[in-house]
Write a protein that binds this ligand. Structure first.
Ligand code: GUN
Length: 293
């Protein structure tokens, strides 16, 4: 069994990006600049956003973190977005999700200029993804494509089963892997909570992407030998033996599945670390698109 090491792969990607930024600086060009807006004080969200800002610094990007109070109105947030949309110094920005209940998430995502939407959540970018047109592929599916490519896992003609139909992972993943692209050309089955006889379907899969958010859902008996497993789950499960009071658990029963799998992503250290690297890659892409004239 080969571990698909997201920690190392993401470090490689960040190193590649850092080299590109160094070369831009050498040519006396501006550095790519990512901004992030966060509303409220949710601990996990703050951790994520701070990690994104730190990653920017590591590769030589400029970064701006905009922290707004929990009581921010939808209109105030829309105003912040309108400012970033026209700020020539900002190449890309994200609004960290989830947002407080009094703010309409869809309205916010639709207000982001598509050419700066490095999360790839704007309907225009999702539509372009579905049509296999140049876009921003959102970080998690993009990270999975990158892991499969760098570990030279063949997807063409393979039976892929995606578990979970979320807008952020399952749905785009199923679309991308079926497309005519380097990592693609697969026969994809998208499964979800209403799927009948799921184990019969997963047992036939060459590659399984588990993205349903239920800890240790995919058991050893549900997979065939030599399967490739991509585990997208990261649920915090209470664990008094840990200093933080919890441990991170994937959607795959790792100990049962690992000996049957040819390749498997660990949790943590698999898909998770890839997402920040891909956000940086999208920011670099936004920068190049905005500076190619
Ligand atoms: N919350 C959890 N993941 C993400 C992400 O990729 N982007 C944003 N904006 N919010 C998130």
């Amino acid at each position: 069994m080969i571990l698909l090491d997201g920690k190392k792969t993401s470090a490689d990607i960040k190193e590649e990006i850092a080299l590109e930024v160094a070369s831009l600086k050498q040519q006396e060009k501006k550095s790519p600049h990512l901004a992030a807006i966060i509303v409220g004080n949710d601990g996990a969200s703050l951790t994520y956003v701070n990690a994104k800002v730190k990653a920017c610094e590591r590769v030589g990007f400029e970064s701006t973190l905009i922290r707004l109070p929990e009581t921010t109105t939808e209109e105030e947030l829309l105003n912040e977005i309108a400012v970033l949309n026209v700020d020539k110094d900002i190449n890309g920005f994200i609004v960290q999700l989830p947002l407080p209940d009094h703010i309409d998430e869809q309205k916010i995502l639709m207000a982001i200029a598509p050419e700066k939407d490095v999360d790839g959540f704007h309907p225009m970018n999702v539509g372009k993804l579905a049509l296999n047109l140049p876009t921003f592929i959102s970080a998690t599916p993009y990270g999975i494509l990158e892991l499969l490519e760098r570990y030279q896992i063949e997807t063409s003609g393979k039976d892929v089963v995606v578990i979970g139909r979320s807008h952020i992972v399952g749905s785009p993943m199923s679309i991308l892997l079926a497309q005519k692209r380097t990592v693609g050309n697969a026969t994809v089955t998208l499964t979800h909570s209403r799927t009948k006889n799921l184990a019969e379907i997963t047992k036939k899969a060459d590659i399984i992407v588990a993205a349903l958010g239920i800890p240790e859902f995919l058991k050893g008996a549900m997979v065939k030998d030599d399967v490739v497993i991509i585990d997208v789950g990261i649920t915090r499960v209470a664990d008094a033996s840990k200093k933080r009071g919890f441990r991170l658990v994937g959607d795959v029963a790792f100990d049962e599945v690992k000996d049957k799998a040819s390749h498997i992503t660990p949790v943590p250290g698999g898909v998770g670390p890839m997402t920040i690297a891909m956000l940086l890659k999208n920011t670099l892409l936004a920068y190049y698109r905005q500076n190619e004239h």
